[in-house]
Each structure stands twice: as C-alpha cells, then as structure tokens.
Design a protein around this ligand. Structure first.
Ligand code: MLT
Length: 253
C-alpha cells in the first residue's frame, strides 16, 4: 500500500493534455492551490458566510451567470492583471469578501489563473481548495480521505501558477502539505515536482512571508498596493474550512 503524491506546478500544463491527464486526475483527490490570491479569497468568502462561490473561466461567463441571479443575493468578483474588471462589485482581495458583504450570498468569481485551474480539473474524483489560511483543515481532510479509502486515491496538488509559469507561493504551499504527509506516512511515493515542492518549502520555511513578498506575483501585488493581501494569505489557519468544488459550485459541506 502506498500513497501516490503528484504535484502539477502550473495548471496550464493540464491544458492540451486531455487525453492523458483526465484519466490520471479522474482517480485523484485534487487540491487546487492559488495562494495569491484566488484560493485565499475563496476561503475568505466562505468563512465569512457566503452561501457558495461559482468559479468562472472568463469575464463573459461570469457576467452571464451573474445576469441570471437576483442582484441583491449575488456578488460579481474577480480580477484581470490583479485589478477589478469594469462593472464588477469586488476585486480579488480577500479583504473585499467581509461578512457584511458576502453573508448568505452567492459569489461569482473569475480570476486570471485560479478559477481557470478549477475548471481544468473539474473531472477529478474530489476537488478541494487549499492555501495557508486553511492549511491544517486541508491536511486533516487529506488524512481522513487517505484512511477512509485505504490509500486507493492518489493526491494531486494542482498549483495554479502564474500565466503558465510556476509560482513560488503555490509551490511552497504544496510543499508544506507534502511534508506533512511524508512525516505521517512511510509509504509516500512523490513525483519529481512533489520532491521539488517539499525541498523548496524545507529550504524556505523560516522566511515564507519574505519569500512571498519577493516572488514574481508577490512583487506585482505589492506594486499594485496589495501588500496586506500577502500578509493575510500567509497566515496559517485563520479560515479553518475545507472548500469543495463539485458540480460547478464551491461550498463547505
Ligand atoms: C489568479 O487567479 O491569477 C490570482 O488570484 C491573481 C490575483 O488576483 O492576484
């Protein structure tokens, strides 16, 4: 018996590989990671009482779905290039999804990488959304799944990445989760990306916040005035929930 742990460092590498990746992912419990900022924002919205989050690949899709809902029960949110698109209620900062704003509402969200990553893995066996703000909850959920299905499923960490490139903060988050699994079970089988992610985390673990300020996307967010989003995204376990993406909708069942 062994636990197969795969990591995909950018969700763009799933694109165009339908023939081989879908059968692989169909037996996978997938954790989609977009630390800066989609996963963190989804956790913020759900922790603050949003009824559900509907992730959309494109701005047009998001607007189309939004037009079918009553305006007082729905929030249209997201970003392109880090900035709130014209006509949207909220951008992609986790601070824009306060309880006052989102409680009992449906959030329709479209982001550059994170919500696209979710769409790409939608055929997987189970899809969780993970990041630092819900790290221990995801770790506990993976532990439970591994025990319940007797390690039959493989675990795949899908890092959203940044426009087709890997991003340090997502890799680090995958790395910490992999490190926890490896410390708990003797029989983990890691693909090369998983080894890279874990080793990167071990090397940088004492300076995570500083490393994320200096990552490509971190630097871009600081330039745009979103340094506080990075501070929040690197706080362990402030939103102890497990968001699950199923049938097009993210909830915390
Ligand atoms: C994304 O999905 O690419 C991001 O979450 C970008 C951001 O808003 O920082």
């Amino acid at each position: 018996m062994r636990i197969a742990i795969n990591t995909i460092l950018t969700s763009n590498s799933i694109e165009g590989t339908e023939h081989c990746s879908v059968p692989i992912l169909s037996n996978s419990v997938v954790v989609v990671i977009d630390v800066l900022r989609a996963s963190t924002t989804i956790c913020s919205a759900l922790y603050n009482g949003a009824k559900e989050v509907i992730p959309c690949s494109s701005i047009d899709d998001a607007k189309d779905i939004f037009s079918r809902y009553s305006k007082d029960t729905t929030i249209l949110g997201g970003e392109r290039n880090g900035i709130k698109p014209l006509g949207f209620d909220s951008g992609n900062s986790p601070f824009e999804y306060s309880r006052k704003k989102v409680e009992n509402k449906t959030v329709i969200l479209t982001t550059t990488n994170g919500t696209q990553a979710l769409q790409k893995v939608k055929n997987s066996k189970m899809i969780l959304i993970g990041c630092f703000v819900n790290l221990s909850s995801i770790d506990a959920a993976l532990n439970k799944i591994a025990l319940v299905d007797n390690f039959e499923s493989e675990i795949t960490f899908v890092c959203a990445g940044n426009n087709g490139k890997s991003s340090l903060e997502d890799t680090l988050c995958a790395g910490v989760l992999i490190n926890k699994l490896v410390n708990r079970y003797d029989n983990c089988y890691l693909n090369d990306n998983s080894k890279l992610a874990m080793k990167t985390f071990i090397e940088m673990k004492d300076n995570l916040l500083k490393e994320c300020y200096n990552s490509e996307h971190g630097k871009k967010l600081i330039k745009l005035g979103f340094k506080e989003d990075i501070d929040l995204a690197l706080k362990y376990d402030i939103y102890p929930i497990v968001p699950v993406f199923k049938d097009g909708i993210i909830t915390t069942p």
